[in-house]
Each structure stands twice: as structure tokens, then as C-alpha cells.
Design a protein around this ligand. Sequence first.
Ligand code: ADP
Length: 416
Amino acid sequence: MNILVLNCGSSSLKFQIIQTDLEKIEKDADKQLAKGLIERIGSQALVTMQATGRPVVKHAAPLRDHRSALDHVVKWIISKDSQIPEIQSLADIHAVGHRVVHGAEHFTKSTIISDEVIRGIEDCIDLAPLHNPANLKGINAARELLGDGIPEVVVFDTSFHSTMPETSFLYAIPYQLYRRHKIRRYGFHGTSHRYVAYRYRQLTGKKPDETNVITLHLGNGCSACAIKKGASFDTSMGLSPLEGLVMGTRSGDIDPAVIEFLSHKEGMSMNEIDTLLNKQSGLLGISGLTNDMRDLLAEANDHQDRRATLAVNIFAQRAKKYIGSYLAEMNGADALIFTGGIGENACRIRQRVCANLEWLGIEIDENLNKEMTGGKEGEINTKKSRVKVFVIPTNEELLIARDTARCILDSLNNKS
Ligand code: ADP
């Protein structure tokens, strides 16, 4: 099956085409046919597309909304220009898999799209006002352009965490607020945590119930996950993706009293405080320079910028704090896994996060650590480290494609 994987943000559309089916999943022989990204939808959009093994195509195009962006992508995919031999016409796109950020308690696994499922995703908008509407734009665009003939599946960032026990997911606020409004920890980046745990099993030959690991997804958004017996046991993001680790522009954990204090002292509205915590905080807020870790590391190391150094150090210390608490919660772990743009590439961050953790059994090999960048996968711990430390590049799109194939084949089997 050729599956179009879509990940829509408020003004962006990321896509991949992945060829997969049950046999390919079993043999780990899925094939990526193309990938791309459209940014700044709504104005002169920037389009980057690439068929696997072919040169990158880049151009600008006036794309008013997600529907026109998807139309642009699909036209390219089926055109001769794209040079994807497996796809000659629309009929060669067999299914669509969508990333959806929030599935709340409603969706605990990937699901074939129906009107009822769309209503369920709409019901979660209150919990993810920035993300779910953008995901729905992608779903509606695909339904309009590709028609009902092509099955579509939604894969939720939250569903991997649906195994968390109440002790992990409940906040210590009056219980009736959970009953009434479902205020609780949901967790995000679930597809990424799930993917790296799956790769860990492949690399080590462990079975799911032997998989006790801590995964750190460090990108623009960052989250940690305690995975016990192969299932999410605790995670750092909460009701929304704002809680937990320090991120590019998000604060992560703060004392909730800061909100009232800010409104009083700065006369800020709830909306303004929400923007401050989501868009002006984190690495950007502390450094006053940038949310980009690459630039920050350069400022910290090459120019000895004090606040860039502080931002990097606070980022690393917060990650360390979560590792410690998850080791305590799980009574130890067999491995620590780094992923995401920072986790996969920034050896200096991995070094800072893992420094002085020998007492907890974590020790990384500096040379292995330095070598592990640019999409490489493997161990970076010393021989005597009790906990293994891995760098595993994430691949959420692959799991979205596989879930899409499985859901569709299951539903066909159930019908026959
Ligand atoms: P997103 O969460 O948007 O998918 P990514 O996972 O791509 O983001 O991560 C983006 C972050 O990764 C940025 O802070 C970027 O600076 C950082 N990053 C990417 N490559 C490197 C590198 N070689 N060294 C340090 N940081 C890097």
C-alpha cells in the first residue's frame, strides 16, 4: 500500500509517502517514496519536496489554505516531474494517515476516520486549541480532494500514554474536576516515544514486557517518558504540551502561582500569559536570543554568552531532574534513549544531561557521544555504565503509515 502521511500545523503541512503492508512491517522493509514540507500556508508559501533518491525541489507558491497546499502536493506526487515510479495517478495513493495531537480519553488507539471520529476530534479542541484545529484542516482537505474512496486513519500523539496509571495522570486538584472536565495529564509525542521504544527492542532483542526505558524526545517541543514493560507509565507533558521539560519557546514546569502574580504585576490577561508561556519562554525566554539550540550552543561556547549558557544549562538540568524521578518511579531502567532534533544531534546537550549521573549507573563515552549525530543510531554509554544510553532517530511517519495499513487491513478482514 502507498500511504500518504500528513502532519498539519497551523500554517504548515508535512508529508511523506510510505509503501508498507503487513509483510513489509514484519520484515521491516517499508519504503519511503517521497517527503516534503510546506511552510507559511496563507501567504507566499515555501514548498520543499523530494522523491527518495532524487534532488530536493524548492519553490514558493501562493497557497491560501491547507486545501490548496494539499492539492499542490498531490498534483506534484502524481505528476511525471516528481519521478516517483510507484505513483502514476491518484489511484496509486491507497490510503492517508493523519497525525492528530489530542485524542483525550476518547481515543486510545489509531482509528479509521468517520464522521463520528471527526466529531470526537472536534470535541478535543478545548484541550488542544492550537493543534487539533490544524490537524482537522488536513483531514478535511484530504477528504475533499481525495474523496471517500481513499480510506483515512488518524494516529494520536496522546494514545501511547493511555496506559498511564491514575497515580501518574491525575493532578492533585479536586477529583471532581477530573470527573467534570477530564483535567488530567495526557502526554504528547506518543508516536515518537513508541517508535524509539520499538527500535530499542529491535536493537537489543528485548520483548515488550522487558522494555524498561526512559525516552527523551528533545526537539522544539520536548518531553520525557518512563516506559515500563513496554507501556507508557509516566510522561512530562500534561493536559497540554506546555508542562515538563524546558523547550524552545515553552516554559515547561513552573509554579502555577506565577500566573496570578504576572497578571497582578504586569497587568497581563490570561491570553497574554498563555502566549508568554508558550511562545516567549523556554530557551528563547532565558537567553533572550533564540529558541534554536544550534545557535544557542554556538553563542554559549564560541562567544561565552552568559544567558545562552544559562539557557542551555537549565535545559539540561531539567532533563536530568526527570531522569532521576523516573528512575525512582520505575525502580531503575535498562536504558536512556535520546531522540528529536536536539537529542539526535546535540552531543554537547547529551553530555550535559548525562554528566554526574554515575551514581545512578549512567555514564557516557565521550567519543561515541561525539560521533552520534546526523541520523546515526546506536549506543553511547561506556562499557561499565549500568544503564545503556542510546541515540535513536525518531520516525513518527513510519508508525503513522504502519498504523494506517494495519487499521485498514483489520477493517477489511472484519468485513470479510
Ligand atoms: P520539531 O520539534 O519542530 O520537530 P526538531 O526535532 O527538528 O523540531 O528539533 C529542532 C531543534 O533541534 C532545534 O532547537 C535545533 O537547533 C536542534 N538541532 C538540530 N540539529 C542540531 C545540531 N546539529 N546541534 C544542536 N542542535 C540541533
